[in-house]
Design a protein around this ligand. Structure first.
Ligand SMILES: Cc1cc2nc3c(=O)[nH]c(=O)nc-3n(C[C@H](O)[C@H](O)[C@H](O)COP(=O)(O)O)c2cc1C
Length: 382
């Protein structure tokens, strides 16, 4: 079984080791363009020696942002800022992947009464139920994914990751909870997979056969009525068949019913509940890995001492992604690779990171340097 420090070849990319920086919105973007602070953040992480960095979600159209200060990739003027992030990472010899997304029924709205779209009118946020997309809406979203991928190539990224997880648009089509359609975009597994399949095809046509293409998807949804583990294995097979080079397996860790003006909506989160749930997505990720021949990433509190290597040892994944632990300690990967795990500043799972990016820039209950930097940014003229 591979060690965390072993290299891996993914298409034309050579990853120096098995540790990946998971995509994480920083809220550092300014007017949906990458800021100097954002490039510096990724440069800092690249110096810690990850095998690969997946840069935070970038919205493919302006009305499908996930959060107020998200990066955008809907116009060419956004390319130079993104190129600075790609350059900062590649300067350290580390593959830079850009994640692209359509927020679907979970798109951010300052005015909650404004329309969102999704496969079916199933509410996932405070606000009215989303409008079911027409055939033309679906075709437009697929085309926007392809144009965004072309811009990622122009910005100099080494690969693109389609965000097919976390109940954003592609995953809303995949899940029977959110996709209640009876036309060819819904119904059985094949119908629910169609949107994802068409996005992969359109993106592949745009970026060419040799360009690394990743897809993030759910290994499991801990949601009543959600996508089953069999659905996930089926969809992973579809992705492989369509030429996706790497599967980034995430999941829905928790869900609850929210209430907006007397109407309920499903509230979901990509993180596992606080407590002893580290690695809970991994057995499901392992089922995907058994079914496909492309490499698979596992995520979910993988910073717990010893867990990342265990997941590799059990054959559940080829690569391990860390998220919140890298906010708490941007040098965590270096410390793991150097055998200095006991020096890691541990993430306390306070989830200040999540609440902070709903309003602005990333903050952390452990890494107070983020706070100092954000005060500086706020004070300095823009
Ligand atoms: C602040 C923050 C921002 C995130 N942004 C993204 C994102 O842009 N795209 C994505 O796929 N997942 C995003 N996630 C989810 C993480 O990539 C990861 O799947 C999740 O945090 C679980 O990993 P962990 O237990 O190591 O934190 C984000 C997580 C955090 C904490």
């Amino acid at each position: 079984m591979p060690r965390l420090s072993d290299p891996l070849q993914v298409k034309g990319l050579r990853l120096r080791n098995r540790l990946v920086m998971a995509p994480m919105v920083t809220g550092f973007a300014e007017d949906h363009r990458a800021s100097p602070r954002q490039a510096a953040w990724y440069a800092d992480h690249a110096r810690a020696g990850a095998g690969m960095i997946i840069v935070e979600s970038c919205a493919i159209v302006p009305d499908a942002l996930l959060l107020p200060r998200l990066l955008g990739i809907w116009e060419d003027a956004q390319i130079p800022g993104l190129a600075r992030i790609a350059d900062a990472i590649r300067a350290e010899g580390i593959p830079a992947i850009l994640q692209i997304v359509h927020g679907g029924a979970r798109s951010w709205r300052e005015d909650l009464s404004l329309e969102r779209v999704g496969p079916s009118p199933v509410p996932l946020m405070p606000g009215p139920a989303p409008r079911a997309m027409t055939e033309a809406d679906i075709e437009a979203a697929i085309a926007a994914f392809a144009r965004a991928a072309r811009r990622a190539v122009e910005a100099g990224f080494d690969g693109v990751e389609l965000h097919g997880a976390h109940y954003y648009l592609i995953s809303e089509f995949l899940s029977p909870y959110t996709n209640r359609r009876t036309d060819c975009w819904g119904g059985d597994r094949e119908g629910r997979s169609r949107m994802g399949r068409e996005v992969v095809r359109a993106v592949r046509r745009e970026v060419g056969a040799g360009f690394p293409l990743l897809c993030r998807m759910h290994a499991v949804e801990f949601v009543e009525g959600g996508m089953s583990s069999e659905d996930s294995v089926y969809f992973a097979g579809v992705l492989e068949k369509e030429g996706v080079d790497l599967i980034d397996a995430s999941g829905i860790g928790t869900s609850s019913q929210g209430n907006w003006e007397g109407r309920t909506f499903l509230n979901t989160s990509s993180v596992l509940p606080k407590g002893d749930n580290a690695g809970a997505f991994a057995p499901f990720t392992g089922k995907i890995r058994n079914a496909v021949h492309v490499p698979v990433i596992a995520v979910g509190k993988m910073g717990k001492p010893g867990l990342a290597q265990d997941v590799l040892d059990q054959g559940q994944a080829d690569l391990i992604a860390l998220a919140r632990q890298l906010i708490a300690d941007p040098q965590a990967i270096r410390k793991i690779l150097d055998g200095r795990e006991e020096e890691i500043e541990r993430c306390q799972e306070c989830n200040l990171c999540f609440s902070s990016i709903r309003q602005g820039a990333l903050r952390c209950g452990v890494n107070h340097s983020l706070e100092e930097e954000s005060f500086e940014t706020e004070r300095s003229p823009r």
